[in-house]
Design a protein around this ligand. Structure first.
Ligand code: FMN
Ligand code: MN
Length: 473
């Protein structure tokens, strides 16, 4: 099996330092408000190809906020320590196949400061309000940890929490998710469910948390497998759980059976608002943090946001693995950002026999990922390049022959166009050249790949204005 270089940075801070070195993180020194302004900064940078932002001075708060750390695929590769998506996926699959159990430590930076009982005050945390119609201020990238009330097994994934008051949060977990299942089981048994929300964890833990694994599989062990070393955990102070010791901030609390409150609306990954609904309440029992914590914000909304990019390795490596069993000729898979990293998959195939692409479409449409539209292209197309994919669709497909439509299939959550909740129609498009028949050759300009403006080693003046030196230089 292929060996890996270790991920070359330590935790959230190490990742921030790496991004800063790469020109992918900038500091905002003026005052910003938690109400829309932090989200506006992340949105604006995301839309214009700008950097992640560290808001050093948040109005009415002592704690700085960092956001947009995950909003591009380049940053995703940096986070995984991977040179390309192939390597990122291979690393992710190693985490799934060779998980490493976390180890407990008593040396926990996330507990340098402890506020328990009467000292709990969520308003000391700079929780942002993101989108215009959101129901409140949110924790959006908290690694939410809980143990199953029946079998005791840990779940660690990301579910949003809305501030209700100084001591309470509302949490949204779809019923089929790990946390949703545990909440239902605890309610049935009539027992409280302990939860801990770890904010500002090592980025690999967040990527690992998006793995589609059966209930009972510990996402922290998957993260360990990706990192090639165990995640260090610490015992919580007021609940019976362990959390990543290197987190910036941890919110400990308890969900009481049957208690609910109105949560939402919330600007969702679909690009549309999800409705306000009654959701479970977390009674906060403690807030612990580093001496100088940083709060991690993350945007969700119209693609592309942190929310979307955090899912790419989990979804793409999983589909690759599922398809390659039957179709070893699959060379690459992409869940494009514009499909919300959920509804659309593009698959590259080195065709070997007639009808293979259509067979692949049927297999992909039946995948548990609940893909709505699958496009199959030849292996000369870069699945990550929207323009190339669209060119293939435009020039290599004939709708009368290459389109497969299946009505009334269980669909991904929150599809705003679903005629019935989570029941949708799905489609596949074979945009490969017809196998075994003549097809015109792709036009190519010799030397275009290696052409350079400057002579190699020529030392002449740069031919562009970029090298002209900034103001005052
Ligand atoms: C930034 C972000 C926010 C998310 N928010 C939610 C959420 O509020 N509710 C939810 O059910 N899933 C949410 N998800 C998706 C879950 O984290 C994801 O489906 C995960 O795989 C679920 O793991 P589980 O199978 O252990 O429940 C979010 C994902 C990301 C990246
Ligand atoms: Mn899980």
């Amino acid at each position: 099996m292929k060996g890996f270089e270790p991920v070359r940075y330590q935790g959230l801070r190490g990742f921030m330092a790496l991004l800063e070195e790469e020109g992918e993180l900038r500091r905002v020194r003026r005052h910003v408000s938690t109400r829309f302004e932090i989200a506006a900064g992340i949105r604006r940078m995301g839309d214009s190809g700008g950097p992640a932002l560290l808001f050093e001075d948040v109005l009415e708060h002592d704690i700085p906020v960092v956001g947009g750390l995950f909003s591009t695929r380049r940053r995703a590769l940096l986070a995984m320590g991977a040179a390309n998506h192939d390597e990122g996926n291979a690393r992710f699959l190693r985490g799934l196949h060779d998980p490493i159990t976390p180890v407990t430590t008593t040396d926990a930076p996330c507990q340098e400061v402890v506020h328990a009982g009467d000292e709990v005050d969520l308003d000391r945390l700079p929780l942002p309000v993101y989108s215009e119609k959101d129901g409140g201020a949110y924790v959006t990238v908290g690694l939410t940890i809980s143990n199953d009330p029946v079998d005791g097994r840990r779940n660690a994934s990301v579910y949003r929490q809305m501030r209700v008051d100084r001591r309470r949060l509302a949490v949204m977990s779809h019923v089929f998710q790990g946390l949703g299942t545990q909440i239902a089981r605890a309610a049935e048994l009539g027992v409280p469910l302990d939860v801990a929300i770890a904010n500002g964890v090592h980025p690999v833990l967040l990527y690992a948390s998006q793995a589609k694994v059966p209930h009972g599989v510990d996402e922290l062990a998957i993260a360990g497998g990706i990192l090639g070393e165990p995640v260090r955990t610490a015992r919580c102070r007021t609940v019976d759980l362990e959390v990543p010791a290197d987190a910036e901030i941890v919110i400990e609390g308890r969900i009481l059976p049957g208690e609910s409150v109105l949560e939402g609306p919330f600007g969702e990954f679909t690009g549309y608002y999800g409705p306000a609904e009654r959701n479970p309440v977390i009674q906060v029992t403690a807030i612990t943090h580093r001496r100088d914590p940083i709060f991690l914000a993350g945007l969700t909304g119209v693609p592309t946001t942190d929310n979307h990019v955090l899912k790419v390795f989990a979804y793409e490596s999983n589909l690759l693995q599922n398809l390659r069993g039957a179709f070893p000729e699959v060379t690459a898979v992409c869940f494009p950002d514009w499909g919300g990293v959920q509804y659309v998959a593009v698959v590259a195939l080195k065709q070997r026999y007639k009808g293979q692409a259509r067979h692949l479409i049927l297999t992909a449409l039946g995948d548990p990922a609940r893909i709505k539209w699958v496009v199959v292209v030849d292996d000369d197309i870069d699945v990550f390049d929207t323009e190339q994919v669209n060119w293939a669709i435009a020039t290599r497909s004939q709708p009368a022959e290459d389109l497969v439509v299946v009505p009334r299939v269980a669909g991904g959550p929150l599809d705003p166009s679903a005629p019935e909740k989570e029941v949708i129609s799905v489609w596949g498009l074979d945009a490969t050249r017809p196998f075994g028949s003549d097809f015109p050759e792709v036009v190519r300009v010799p030397g275009a790949d290696s052409f350079e403006i400057e002579e190699p080693g020529g030392g002449g003046a740069p031919a562009t204005a970029d090298g002209a030196g900034g103001p005052g230089a």
